[in-house]
Design a binder for this molecule. Structure first.
Ligand code: SF4
Ligand code: SF4
Length: 340
């Protein structure tokens, strides 16, 4: 489909027109000094700092928590313990302003969750309007991980911010459903040139080595027994911040609970950085010390996942670099793994 242009001052009107059928979320400023995903209330959509918002978009695909099914827990009831799907009242959602790294994380997470009906249903109901990046921030590194500041993987609509206008490309049938309401026009020649320049500049920063292939070719025990894991893990306080903020961390736990005759099974986020995550009922814990947990987190992202699915399970968003309280930096770990 040919590119289109939307005047920025029309963006609010366009989205308001979609509000009847969609809930719209965007990275908006918070009173804590950073931007984060919030339901759009009709205000300014473009007063957002560059780079990624505090949280990733995984919460829209893996709600925290998610009810898997419900049941009547009163043994005398005629429908006792019969499983029912939870009623979902949510409208389909538009995520407006998703950066290329976060959009790509949905594609990566779809690999292990290919057969998960809950995840797949949310993919169907979520429309991603991505914003390509003019420049990165000090902590992001998407091009190391197979992505690009102008990558469009996972997006339904890709937008380039050209100042007064958004230059828009429609990438899926879902995307087509969003733009058919008269707010868009064809781009001028100047706008086409400007958009092309934007993408060309980003291409100049292309990945200079195929990190995923290099790591796939390295022997597992060679990386597993590397001496630097001790110094990498030493400062870790196992707070789990890195895993909760990471768009490509998807570990979960499941619990059944009953209260006043109502029962439900819940899936909620868990973290491989917590000792209890791997504790067996016997008391044995195969990852009982933090060296093993830190090593597992990085080995999963940089070796086990690529061995199984191809790409690295990291999109280089830099959230873990930005927010780890003891400054453990995955870029340094990646360099060390490539060097041994
Ligand atoms: S954020 Fe840093 S300190 Fe916290 S668990 Fe992750 S690596 Fe360890
Ligand atoms: S590991 Fe860190 S940089 Fe990579 S996707 Fe997760 S939070 Fe982002």
């Amino acid at each position: 489909m040919k590119p289109l242009v939307l005047e920025k001052e029309q963006a609010g009107h366009w989205l308001k027109g979609l509000c009847n059928n969609f809930d719209i979320f965007a990275p908006l400023p918070t009173d804590k000094g950073y931007s984060d995903w919030q339901k759009w209330d009709g205000g300014d959509l473009f007063d957002v700092a560059k780079g990624v918002p505090k949280s990733s978009i995984k919460t829209f695909f893996f709600p925290q928590p998610e009810v898997l099914f419900q049941f009547n827990a009163r043994a005398s009831a005629p429908d006792a313990f019969r499983l029912r799907e939870p009623k979902c009242q949510d409208k389909p959602r538009i995520l407006f302003g998703v950066r290329p790294c976060d959009a790509r994380s949905v594609v990566l997470n779809s690999m292990p969750y290919e057969e998960d009906p809950y995840f797949q249903k949310r993919i169907q109901e979520t429309f991603i309007v991505g914003f390509l990046c003019r420049e990165g921030c000090s902590t992001c590194f998407c091009k190391w991980t197979g992505g690009s500041p102008t990558g469009t993987e996972g997006m339904d609509v890709a937008a380039i911010d050209l100042g007064q206008v958004l230059y828009v490309e429609i990438l899926s049938d879902k995307g087509k459903r969003l733009v058919g309401n008269g707010f868009f026009r064809s781009p001028t020649k100047d706008e086409e040139t400007e958009a092309k320049d934007f993408v060309e500049k980003a291409k100049g920063q292309a990945l200079d080595q195929d990190v995923a292939s290099i790591l796939r070719s390295k022997g597992l025990m060679h990386l597993y027994d590397a001496p630097f894991w001790n110094s990498v893990s030493e400062p870790c306080i196992n707070c789990g911040t890195c895993t909760f903020l990471c768009p490509t961390c998807y570990c979960f736990d499941i619990q059944d609970e009953t209260l006043r005759g109502k029962g439900r099974r819940i899936r909620y986020w868990d973290s491989c950085m917590f000792p209890l995550f791997t504790q067996h009922a016997s008391g044995h814990n195969p990852r009982g010390d933090k060296l093993k947990r830190v090593r597992n987190r990085f080995m999963h992202k940089l070796k086990y996942f690529p061995d199984r699915f191809g790409p690295i399970s990291c999109v280089g968003c830099g959230r873990c670099v930005r927010d780890c309280p003891v400054n453990i930096d995955i870029r340094q770990v990646l360099r060390s793994l490539l060097e041994i």
